[in-house]
Design a protein around this ligand. Structure first.
Ligand code: FAD
Length: 310
């Protein structure tokens, strides 16, 4: 059995594995896709000490760093179930889609999240070529240009306010007749001169040419009229879904599916810790995920030395 078994191989899982392995304890990582979400991005320029890298480069570096230690990496494996220990100090069980079962004294859940897609023509084709999901990451790429934000909830309006300070003009497109964000955010948005809000509009297509986005099409849900707005970027902000469905009721989650953790990365189940985008830790960023991964690993180690093995 493992002392620490990490589920997920993104920045949070990799940091957890490095910290655990450096304690000289038996460490394993099981991941569907090592590297996680960073595989899907081009430029990373906000990780302290790494002025510029690419997603695939960073993902490869994460894996190399973990491989420098004695860590059992099980890549391309999906976890389908977690079974808590029957008694304190007992072994937890992690079940794999291929039927395998792993045992460990502690488990760190770092399964990340995925952005909800709008599922219109052009979205997949122009991902990282104008279609973006993270304003903190990609906002600066659109300096002085026109962009749209799809989604009028809190994340959409926060993104629009953020982007309005960087880009030339922001179009906010909301499906419902009203913006769903908190009133303070909506009030702030309305004070900005370079934002246009389009409510009751259904996005129909992200249009592009020569490998780049050049327009957004949306339809008025009342009149049926189609509008095309020329722009260079589209930020999709209709929700981030944590990859935690497989946990069912075993670990406490919020109504958004985020695993509830305290400042030490502990969940409500003894011996089970969590880190990164799959948790309630605010701000879904690489540096935050890595930080919370190291916290979870140190907490798991702390738990082990205080809990007699049974
Ligand atoms: P993830 O990176 O999502 O990793 C989750 C891991 O868990 C993966 O290995 C996955 O395969 C695995 N997994 C999931 N479910 C299971 C399962 N059931 N069984 C086994 N394994 C499982 N942040 C920045 O700071 N800077 C940026 O420039 C930046 N750009 C981004 C661009 C894009 C396009 C996207 C999508 C995100 C970007 N982010 C950026 C956000 C950043 O990628 C995330 O905050 C970060 O990757 C979260 O790390 P994580 O380890 O918590 O989760």
């Amino acid at each position: 059995p493992f002392d620490v078994l990490v589920v997920g191989g993104g920045p949070a899982g990799a940091a957890a594995a490095i910290y655990a392995a450096r304690k000289g304890i038996r460490t394993g990582v099981v991941a569907e896709r090592f590297g996680g979400q960073v595989n899907d991005t081009l430029e990373i320029a906000n990780y302290p000490g790494v002025p510029e890298t690419t997603g695939p480069q960073y993902a490869a570096a994460l894996e190399q760093h973990v491989r420098n230690y004695e860590v059992d990496i099980m890549n391309a494996q999906q976890v389908v179930k977690l079974v808590p220990a029957e008694q304190a100090g007992g072994l937890l069980q992690v079940q794999l889609a291929n039927g395998g079962v792993l045992h460990s004294r502690t488990v760190i859940l770092a399964t990340g999240a995925r952005w909800r897609n709008v599922n219109v023509p052009g979205e997949q084709e122009y991902k990282t070529k104008g279609v973006a999901y993270c304003p903190h990451c990609d906002g600066p790429l659109f300096k002085g240009k026109d962009v749209a934000v799809i989604g009028g909830g809190n994340s959409g309006i926060e993104a629009a306010i953020d982007l309005a300070g960087l880009v030339k003009h922001v179009h906010v497109v909301e499906f419902m007749p009203e913006l769903k964000a908190d009133q303070v955010l909506v009030n702030k948005l309305h004070t900005l001169p370079n934002v246009t809000v389009h409510t009751n509009k259904q996005t129909t297509e992200i249009h592009g040419a020569e490998g780049k986005v050049n327009a957004l099409n949306f339809k008025c849900r009342a009149s049926g009229d189609e509008t095309r707005v020329a722009l260079e970027g589209v930020f999709v902000q209709i929700g981030l879904v944590p990859n935690t469905e497989f946990l069912g009721d075993t670990v406490e989650r919020t109504r958004f599916g985020e695993i509830v953790v305290n400042a030490r990365g502990e969940t409500n189940v003894p011996g089970v810790f969590a880190a990164g985008d799959c948790t309630t830790v605010p701000y879904k960023q690489i540096v935050v995920a890595a930080g919370s991964g190291s916290t979870a690993a140190l907490s798991a180690f702390d738990h082990m030395i205080r809990t007699p093995e049974v």
